[in-house]
Design a protein around this ligand. Structure first.
Ligand code: COA
Length: 374
């Protein structure tokens, strides 16, 4: 039996094989199908990365153009889905909206035969931003927005629906880059949840609904919203340093720091941090970036804990005018590519996922009739 301390939460345990991603692997780092995350962030568009994950190769020029056209044609929402989105209360957390949205779409457009899996993956990728922003704009602004904008990229489409106008190229490209960084991450909690559901031969909508539920928690995707709430609390970097020291003394967790797999840094952080700095200058707002840097410094000095992908992603989104409660749903709009790729990979060599547990309950008991119980 493995070392209990080490395997708590299955840390360090290999739970299967994947060809989709390496995380912190010596000599490779973070890669998607063998491509280095920095090459993808610097050179690819999110649609190219989505194609890579879902179709197993980088698209050539013709394939990419056709893929963008396909995704654009899949943005619309069925009336039944719109009706449900309108009925969901406006103060619901948008992660719950996404969870219900995917579930209702699975009723209206069931996957049926697994031969449809690629189409379902593309459909979800194309329409998740529509679901989120249709609901958001309906309840926040009393507006039934058109979810079929003319923007080629998902990032442009997202910001267009949010702000009623096409974004600046700086904002579009920055959002696009965060989508690339969030797209895939091996057997993280939500992806593993999706694979467990898939292992029972269930449908893709069920796997994605479960994955959204897992991503929602602050120890996983919800960390970007929690990080923003923390960063916004402080009037100065000095305030932030003092308060974080107090939090650490109380053994509070600081969201956006630490990682289960990475030990010294999260490769996605340097990209997000750079974008956060550029966007803070663009927004003429030096304050939040300075506070973020102060928190990063004190976390490293005191605990040798590093910022993960969620910490600077928070201010990247904030500087482009995205409300905090939409941060984790953006993660969904990206990670749908990784989830769907894992669903398909699991199906290609399926085995029911059903581990064993070490029993720690009472020894065998003699049956106690009702009148003899305390
Ligand atoms: N803030 C303060 N302390 C932290 C911390 C954080 N963000 N992350 C880890 N630690 C500390 C723990 O308190 C623990 O200390 P202890 O040994 O004195 O009890 C130690 O580091 C190990 O942490 P643990 O939570 O057991 O490690 P893990 O591998 O289970 O956790 C995370 C990984 C990601 C869940 C954890 O780092 C965390 O909760 N981070 C904040 C949430 C977050 O940003 N999630 C997004 C991940 S991409």
């Amino acid at each position: 039996m493995g070392d209990k301390k080490k395997t708590g939460g299955l840390a360090g345990v290999s739970a299967g094989e994947t060809k989709l991603c390496t995380v912190g692997k010596e000599g490779a780092g973070l890669t998607y199908l063998g491509y280095d995350i920095y090459d993808l962030a610097d050179n690819a568009s999110f649609e190219e990365v989505a194609y890579l994950l879902l179709y197993g190769k980088l698209p050539n020029r013709k394939e990419l153009a056709a893929y963008i056209k396909t995704l654009k044609s899949l943005r619309g929402l069925p009336d039944q889905v719109k009706q449900v989105l309108e009925m969901i209360p406006g103060d619901t957390h948008p992660m719950d909206v996404m969870r219900s949205g995917v579930s209702i779409l699975g009723n209206v457009e069931p996957e049926g035969d697994f031969s449809n899996q690629q189409k379902v993956a593309d459909r979800l990728l194309a329409c998740l931003p529509s679901m989120l922003l249709y609901w958001h704009r309906f309840h926040a602004d009393g507006k039934r927005i058109d979810v079929e904008t003319d923007d080629d990229s998902l990032s442009g489409h997202f910001l267009h629906m949010l702000h009623d106008k096409a974004p600046s190229e700086l904002h579009r490209k920055s959002l696009d880059t965060t989508l690339i960084l969030y797209a895939e991450h091996e057997f993280n909690a939500s992806t593993f949840a999706a694979r467990v559901i898939t292992g029972t031969l269930s449908d893709m909508h069920s796997a994605v609904t479960g994955a959204i539920g897992a991503l929602r928690g602050p120890l996983h995707g919800g960390a970007n919203e929690a990080a923003m709430e923390l960063i916004q609390k402080f009037k100065s970097p000095q305030d932030a340093t003092k308060a974080v020291l107090e939090m650490l003394a109380r053994k509070d967790k600081i969201m956006g720091f630490g990682h289960r797999v990475y030990t010294t840094s999260d490769p996605r952080n340097s990209v997000n941090k750079k974008m956060s700095k550029v966007l803070s200058k663009d927004a003429s707002d030096a304050h939040l970036y300075a506070v973020s840097e102060a928190i990063e410094k004190v976390m490293w000095d005191e605990k040798k804990l590093f910022a993960n992908a969620d910490f600077f992603a928070a201010t990247v989104y904030h500087f482009m005018g995205i409300p905090t409660y939409l941060f984790t749903p953006i993660f969904v709009c990206s990670r749908i590519t990784g989830w769907a790729a894992h669903v398909m990979e699991q199906r290609s060599n399926n085995k029911l996922i059903r581990p064993a547990a070490d029993y720690i309950g009472p020894p065998l008991q003699k049956w106690l009739p009702m009148e003899k119980r305390a």
